[in-house]
Design a protein around this ligand. Sequence first.
Ligand code: FAD
Ligand code: NAP
Length: 533
Amino acid sequence: MSTSQPAETLDAVIVGAGLAGLYMLHKLRALGLSARVFEAGSGIGGTWFWNRYPGARVDIESVQYSYAFDEKLQDEWRWSERYATQAELLRYVDHVADRFDLRRDIVLNTRVESAHYDEARDEYAVRTSRGDALRARFFIMAVGCLSSTNTPKFPGLESFRGAKYHTGNWPQTPPDFTGKRVAVIGTGSSAIQSIPLIAEQAAHLTVFQRTPNYSVPAHNGPMPREVEERVRANYAAFRAEAAQRGFGADFRDNPATAFSVSDAEREAEYEARWAYGGLGFLGAYADLMFDAKANETAAEFLRSKIRSIVKDPATAELLCPKTPVGCKRLCVDTGYYATYNRPNVTLVSVKDAPIERITLNGLVTGGREYEVDCIVFATGFDAMTGSLVRVDIRGRGGRSLREKWEAGPTTYLGVATEGFPNYFMITGPGSPSVLSNMLPSIEHHVNWIARCIDDLRKRGAKRIDARKDAEDAWVVHVNEVAHTSLYPNCNSWYLGSNVPGKPRVFMPYLGVPPYRAKCEEVRRNGYEGFAIT
Ligand code: FAD
Ligand code: NAP
């Protein structure tokens, strides 16, 4: 659009066409509002569009990680595996977009660059990378918690003559590693899923590990029809029950504490959960994330599994994490530890000898050069805030969000931030987001935001803004809750510690049920903590 034309005015601009942006569009349309989604990528799906690395799939069973908002959609979709692959998830996203005719309001290949609040008109002036200039009453960031990739600034990065890949921005045409010497940097969830498959293809794989991670087997396979039918028979009740759990997912949570049973019973419980597979391992005891000694029993069980799988004792020891289990996200794998028994796989610890530089032919650590043909950066994301502060968002008085959050993000309920009226974030910092089954959390936020917008309309109100005192109290509360747990006890991206210079602030809110109760209470009390004009 040329800048000389009057800017088009919409009720809402939504940024991001992942699972959050798509559902937000659907909800706003249902209210009769005009909305448009802008997406930087060339396709929809967000996480499931970008993360095409080998082995990418969910770590929460698909019967739980799926939209619940439409019963017919729920009824007609069948998952082929217990944990859907990235490709199947993308098919699901495409199906949803077509089924609800969403594509006509989605603009691809377009990054939203700025959104400035115009106080006189109670609108945001939005600009995109393609030169669009729009105005919108509501500006909604559905940019995802894990969408801004983090590539450490290793000296010499550009000098490498081989191919470089980031798991979070994987090429649409899969690279062929056959006959290649491959380096993988990182051992988080993305690495742990991709390493076994890269190892099968590559001539040699060298994994550069800074911090080892705990992983439990997925025991993935075709979706057991009897499981699916059992869930489907009472789907609404199943989802409602899951929403009562701390993580918002059914992990067969055991209310008992770890030391309320004998050592033998505890081992048997861990064995059973290991055999079942998945994140439900941490549902074994209610105090695993709150009591260091209880946590250590689970951690030691997992270390003993690593030692029993990995044949070389020195490699096994390097793979054994020393931190509490769960305080970095527990990984879910298929054959990860056993991959280190392959003759073509080497593990190099860069904990004490960080990667010094990238060279023409490879990378240097501990004074030694490792020559490789390709480097896979499985180095994660500038999580939770990265994609939010990349956009130049300005609120009342021209205040910049980036500057407001210099010392760390501050929000009210993770959906709003004081001084930025009519601005909403889906799964923003200060909400359960990444400490939950994210799809139900996305739906919860979208429903709450849509209801709020509708309520404002019914009241004839034009502006909603979080109050400073409410935001301050929420930030304190988020921190207090986090510090009752073991989550802040290790360096994780929940704390921003994976990105040099990022303020160390625990960003997600711990506990889905109290969070949802609070959101409902705020709404019932006429949006308590917000100023409505
Ligand atoms: P995203 O899917 O991240 O979509 C955001 C979109 O916004 C992106 O497409 C991005 O390109 C776009 N965008 C960002 N900034 C701009 C801009 N300025 N202009 C235009 N577009 C922009 N969660 C779970 O609960 N269970 C899982 O098993 C699970 N597995 C995961 C596996 C991987 C590999 C990753 C990376 C994350 C996983 N997650 C999982 C978290 C996952 O991100 C969420 O479950 C969910 O997909 C997020 O959806 P979203 O729409 O909020 O964000
Ligand atoms: P991640 O968990 O942040 O892991 C990044 C890895 O790169 C870590 O091992 C990190 O080491 C390492 N690293 C970063 N900078 C480094 C440096 N300068 N030198 C050496 N190593 C460095 O990222 P991710 O694996 O992409 O996962 C992010 C999140 O996405 C997950 O926690 C999960 O929520 C989600 N996810 C889920 C799945 C799934 O199973 N469904 C799959 C992938 C991702 P340190 O630990 O020392 O920082």
